[in-house]
Design a protein around this ligand. Structure first.
Ligand SMILES: Nc1ncnc2c1ncn2[C@@H]1O[C@H](COP(=O)(O)OP(=O)(O)O)[C@@H](O)[C@H]1O
Ligand SMILES: [Mg+2]
Length: 247
């Protein structure tokens, strides 16, 4: 079976949301419409709006409800307050024409030295079984960053160091166990729906220590990761070579 790239975030997320063991870990997600934003803003303190086929944290808009009357829109590196009645109009101004967007429940990401982080978890399928071959953290450059992409200034960091040093005092063994369990389930589920040999999962840990799925990359980048962690990198390369030999 040959690996295929799946670009749509909605397509990949929808494959997971109906799974009885996974749905608790998948943020509520809809296609973006102004009316959906207005409705979701009433029950969610934070919303993320993302291009369905985006990457590298580009084009992402975050809405933070301040109260019933106003909200904060963050886009690129600026944040501005607007009346809630104007939010959809202001969001539209920041969207790229011709692109479809999804709107998603915001996850209150745990922080490391005040900076939000998420995790890069890579699973590969060299034979008939999925193998978890890579785990690391991505720490945002600033405390008010809205994305944790390395392309937007985040830095790669050792997962144990970041989880142990998280400002929220996480139960690291229990987080690690849930993280690998959920990641394997996601890889198997996605692998049963699409012809996949590798997935790079962006997984979030919220401030209470709960594990969340953020997105699945079907063409994860390993740029610079050889130097960062040669041991895990070799594990990734071994699986990659087996996959290439079989396809
Ligand atoms: N629902 C969310 N809650 C909190 N943070 C999010 C959410 N969605 C995205 N992010 C942040 O934005 C980053 C980029 O989002 P992602 O869905 O991975 O899109 P991209 O394809 O651009 O990487 C994530 O790594 C995370 O830091
Ligand atoms: Mg991502």
């Amino acid at each position: 079976m040959k690996h295929k790239y799946i670009l749509s975030k909605m397509k990949k997320g929808s494959a997971l949301i109906h799974d009885p063991q996974l749905y608790r870990h998948i943020p509520v997600t809809h296609w973006y419409h102004a009316a959906t934003l207005t409705k979701m803003l009433k029950t969610n303190p934070v919303l993320y709006i993302k291009p369905d086929k985006g990457s590298q944290g580009t084009g992402i808009i975050r809405i933070k409800r301040i109260n019933n009357f106003e909200s904060l829109i963050s886009f690129k590196s600026s944040s501005q307050k607007y009346p809630n009645t104007r939010i959809a109009f202001e969001v539209a101004k920041r969207m790229q024409r011709g692109k479809r967007y999804i709107i998603q429940q915001g996850i209150p990401l745990a922080t490391y030295r005040k900076k939000p982080f998420d995790l890069r978890i890579v699973l590969q399928k060299p034979s008939n079984r999925w193998l978890l071959t890579w785990m690391s953290a991505k720490v945002a450059p600033r405390s008010n960053s809205i994305v944790t992409n390395v392309a937007k200034g985040a830095r790669d960091a050792k997962i144990e160091q970041v989880l142990r040093g998280a400002d929220q005092g996480l139960n690291v063994p229990s987080v690690m166990k849930e993280l690998s369990g959920v990641s394997y389930k996601i890889a198997r589920k996605l692998g049963s729906r699409f012809p996949l040999r590798i997935v790079g999962l962006d997984m979030g840990i919220d401030k209470k220590g709960k594990v969340w799925f953020i997105e699945a990359n079907t063409n994860p980048s390993f740029h610079g990761l050889n130097k960062f962690d040669p041991v895990q990198y070799r594990r990734y390369l071994r699986a990659k070579k087996q996959i290439e030999a079989h396809s």
